[in-house]
Design a protein around this ligand. Sequence first.
Ligand code: LLP
Length: 444
Amino acid sequence: PGRAHRDADGRLVIGGVPATDLAARFGTPLYVVDEADARARAARILAAFEAAAASVGTTVTVYYAGKAFLSGAIVRWVTEAGLSVDVCTGGELAVALAAGADPARIGFHGNNKSVAEIERAVGAGVGAIIIDSEVEVERVADAAARAGRVQRVRLRVNSGVHASTHEFLATAHEDQKFGVSLDRAVEIGTRIRSHPSLDLLGLHCHIGSQIFDSAGFAESAERLLTAHAELARVAPLPELNLGGGFGIAYTSADDPTPIEEIALGIAEAVASGCRDRGVPVPKLAFEPGRSIIGPAGVTLYTVGTVKPVPLDGGTWRHYVSVDGGMSDNARTALYGADYTVRLAGRVSDEPPALVRVAGKHCESGDIVVDADYLPHDVAPGDLVAVAATGAYCWSLANNYNHVPRPPVVAVRDGEARVIVHGETEADLLARDAGLEASAGLEGT
Ligand code: LLP
């Protein structure tokens, strides 16, 4: 997985640290993030978009989408790589600010920001607030006016293009909660411009996640550019933000187009759309999350039970149950996501067995890896690694069945350090107000 390799003893080594050492020191389940890999991905994506933008005579801002996985260390890695930070709640904003991100390089999203969140963002001096609905125009304008500021904003537009992995769907109206409809973008953009406390940077859209090529982005850009051009003819509209969504490989069946090619495809689509409409090519902006942090993460688990289950046709599926599950990786249960699993503590010459990696939670949908192969002798006590869990795993983690969330460890050059502490059972019990007076807990 990622940049991991095996040592002479067949142990998986991540960031120079054997997985068995990590498990012994920090326990399992354990989120492991390869710091050098995450930093390198951030730098590569920024370089790809900068080169693509330059090729059409413009510039670009790349925001790291914090929803994929936000922590103090990660904010520092991506900002040191030259990225800006995209947040979508007051909580994410607080992390980005506490980690020292430059407020002017933070974008603030959300389809239902509270007035308090808007006030915090304005007060902190965030570089842009993404207006997601009509009512938010006045909410943001009023907050900025009260603070005596001019707030830069983008307007999120629903382009009608919905994309995921290999295909995109283009409809007249996308049936979802984000953004304003394309046919009202000019009217609402004009209304934003009528507020002296707002400064309209440009239009924004985000068409989906885990997208493998540039076609959906190009289609969405082409649609947005009509509204963009109409607004740009009235007053300068410096920017166009096309969101995030660049796909990664979760299994060997996934083959995303290299980001350099995707970036060029998008930049060329924007440039030709602008040429056709006789408007200058705007500055571009993107918001990748998964493609930066996803492949850099691995989750380590310890196998507890192995249960062969006969399938029709005389074959078997081995249910390999591990010590975590849908509380540390909800993606398989939520989206039917695919993952890859490998033995992490040893290699084996045994033939492969079809396995389903299940968790320890009390429901049958608690699957981490739906279908992959492990050596036939996989057994209780084996350490296994699930690849590409850096994005939307820790950030979607939960305490179902009162399972504490695991720690996150960053590995680099043979060193490991905790970047997010794990929870303990005591942490969970401490929040339970109904237990506070319980004599039964005394001394625990
Ligand atoms: N910008 C906006 C406005 C977004 O809504 C998102 C993701 C991104 C950027 C970053 O997209 P990325 O580059 O990470 O694909 N929980 C789901 C994914 C939800 C994505 C939500 N928005 C999953 O685990 O697959």
